[in-house]
Ligand binder design. Structure first.
Ligand code: PAF
Length: 300
């Protein structure tokens, strides 16, 4: 076993922990003419991630999944410390999904001593998550660019759950001329409508009930638009009133925007997407986000 490789479970993915081993893997995969598909994650894999893995598996000869909790994209130490780390379980999920390689580096591999260069996100990063979580998107783009350089994929799959993230990654790929296709995947929901997230594990019963108001407001708005309502003012007044009535939800934003620029729109006669975020829970606050197309869904 070469340096940087960890033990390989019978017919399970090859688990690589060093940048050099992952880059060597990328080089030999590309040299043998194989398509390399990539799913970047922070672990704690759930059904939402599994849908991304399935998509990658269908499209690529070789699928690489990264598992790395990126400290640079957390704006609070408490949030970083509370982030679940479940590597063994994640590797097992990857084995079942037919993933070829899991890249699970230690922090010092990605941010060795002396590291100082970062990506600076543009105006798309200013509203919504960017306003509530200063530095989050710079940290996210920095690690995604690093991972792209290490894994060297032909394409990478990202969930629409983190919609602003998806747009920013697309923008970075265009701005830096990266020869990588970004494949979006729709939000996956639990049976009660809650958008799947690694953070859902931290929800108490009461917090979950409050969190469900976000998907409830989104679905109600989608229904109102399907029934012919086009006024964004009326749609938002109704959604915000319902959210304000929800005990235990501290609403951060509820907006209807152009799905490509994230600029606010005033009527839903053209492409529009609803974005919502809020905090739920008592002492241990959990931040939840949700979003969905109103009318009509546009190809990104
Ligand atoms: O969406 C995530 O899990 C993370 O933001 C990502 C893309 C893996 C970068 O750390």
């Amino acid at each position: 076993m070469s340096k940087g490789q960890r033990a390989r479970a019978p017919r399970g993915p090859l688990v690589l922990s060093s940048v050099s081993a992952a880059q060597a893997h990328a080089l030999s995969t590309r040299q043998s003419g194989h398509t390399l598909g990539f799913v970047p994650t922070m672990g704690a894999l759930h059904d939402g991630h599994l849908a991304l893995l399935r998509e990658a598996r269908q499209r690529a000869d070789t699928v690489v999944v990264s598992i790395f909790v990126n400290p640079l994209q957390f704006d609070s130490d408490a949030d970083l410390d509370a982030y679940p780390e479940t590597l063994e379980q994640d590797v097992e999920h990857c084995r079942r999904a037919g993933v070829d390689v899991v890249f699970a580096p230690a922090r010092a591999q990605i941010y060795p001593a002396g590291f100082q260069t970062q990506v600076c996100a543009g105006t798309l990063a200013r509203p919504f998550e960017g306003r509530s979580r200063p530095g989050h998107f710079d940290g996210m783009l920095t690690v995604v660019l690093k991972l792209f350089q290490i894994v060297q994929p032909h394409f990478a799959v990202f969930g629409e759950k983190d919609y602003q993230q998806l747009l920013l990654v697309r923008r970075m790929v265009q701005d830096f001329h990266l020869p990588i296709e970004i494949v979006p995947m729709p939000v996956i929901r639990e049976t009660d409508g809650l958008a799947l997230s690694s953070r859902n594990q931290r929800l108490t019963k009461t917090a979950r009930k409050a969190g469900l108001a976000l998907s409830g407001a989104l679905i109600a708005t989608q229904d109102r638009v399907a029934a012919g309502e086009t006024s964004v003012k009326r749609l938002l007044d109704e959604a915000k009133a319902a959210l304000a009535r929800t005990k235990g939800l501290d609403l951060d934003y509820c907006a209807i925007v152009d799905p490509r620029s994230l600029e606010r729109v005033f009527s839903v006669r053209g492409p529009a997407r609803m974005l919502l975020a809020g905090q739920v829970g008592g002492k241990d606050k959990v931040r939840l986000i949700d979003n969905g197309p109103l009318f009509p869904p546009v190809p990104l």
